[in-house]
Ligand binder design. Structure first.
Ligand code: ZN
Length: 169
C-alpha cells in the first residue's frame, strides 16, 4: 500500500509523540559525540554575524578540514603571538566577514585585533578542486594562489607563506 504524504507525516508525528523522551535522549547523546560536537560548531560558524558573512566553504570537506584544524590547534597561529590557548584567551576560528573565507585559528586577543584589519590582508583559504587543492590568499588587494595535489604539503606551504608575507607588511 502506498502512503500519501499526509499519512506519512501523520505516522511520523505519532511516532514522535510516542517516543518524545527517547528521541530527546538520542539527540542529547548525539550532541556529546565527536561528530555531534563538530556539526554544532560548524553550524555556529555558518551563522551570519551582525555585519557580513558567516564562514563560507565550497563543500562539506572544507568545513571539516577547518574543524579538524580548529580542534587540533594548541597555539595561536599568529606567529608573533604563538600563545597557548587558555580559559581567558580561548581559540577562535578567524574568517573574513566580507567574503566568508576562512583565515586562521587565532587566540581571542589576536582575533579581536584582526577584525580591525579587515579588508587589508589575510583573506586566505584552502579549497578542494576537482583534481587537488588550492590555497588562495589576498594581501592588500593582491591575490596569490598555489595549487597542489598534496594537501599536507599545501598546508605547510600556507603556514610558511603567511609567516613570510602576511605578518611582515
Ligand atoms: Zn594570539
Amino acid at each position: 500500500m502506498v502512503q500519501s504524504k499526509e499519512e506519512i507525516a501523520k505516522t511520523r508525528k505519532k511516532y514522535y509523540e510516542k517516543n518524545k523522551e527517547k528521541i530527546a535522549k538520542q539527540h542529547k547523546e548525539y550532541s556529546q559525540t565527536k561528530k555531534g560536537k563538530m556539526n554544532h560548531k560548524i553550524n555556529s560558524w555558518k551563522q551570519k554575524p551582525k555585519n557580513g558573512y558567516g564562514l563560507i566553504c565550497e563543500n562539506r570537506e572544507e568545513y571539516e578540514y577547518i574543524y579538524d584544524r580548529y580542534y587540533f590547534s594548541s597555539h595561536c597561529e599568529e606567529p608573533k603571538c604563538n600563545k597557548e590557548y587558555t580559559e581567558d584567551n580561548w581559540k577562535c576560528m578567524d574568517h573574513c566577514h566580507d567574503t566568508g573565507l576562512f583565515r586562521n585559528i587565532l587566540c581571542h586577543s589576536c582575533n579581536t585585533k584582526r577584525t580591525l584589519k579587515e579588508n587589508n590582508s589575510g583573506i586566505s583559504n584552502i579549497s578542494k578542486q576537482k583534481t587537488g587543492w588550492q590555497y588562495r590568499i589576498v594581501i592588500k588587494g593582491q591575490r596569490y594562489s598555489k595549487y597542489s595535489t598534496d594537501l599536507e604539503w599545501l598546508k605547510e606551504y600556507k603556514i610558511k607563506f603567511e609567516k613570510e608575507n602576511l605578518y611582515n607588511l
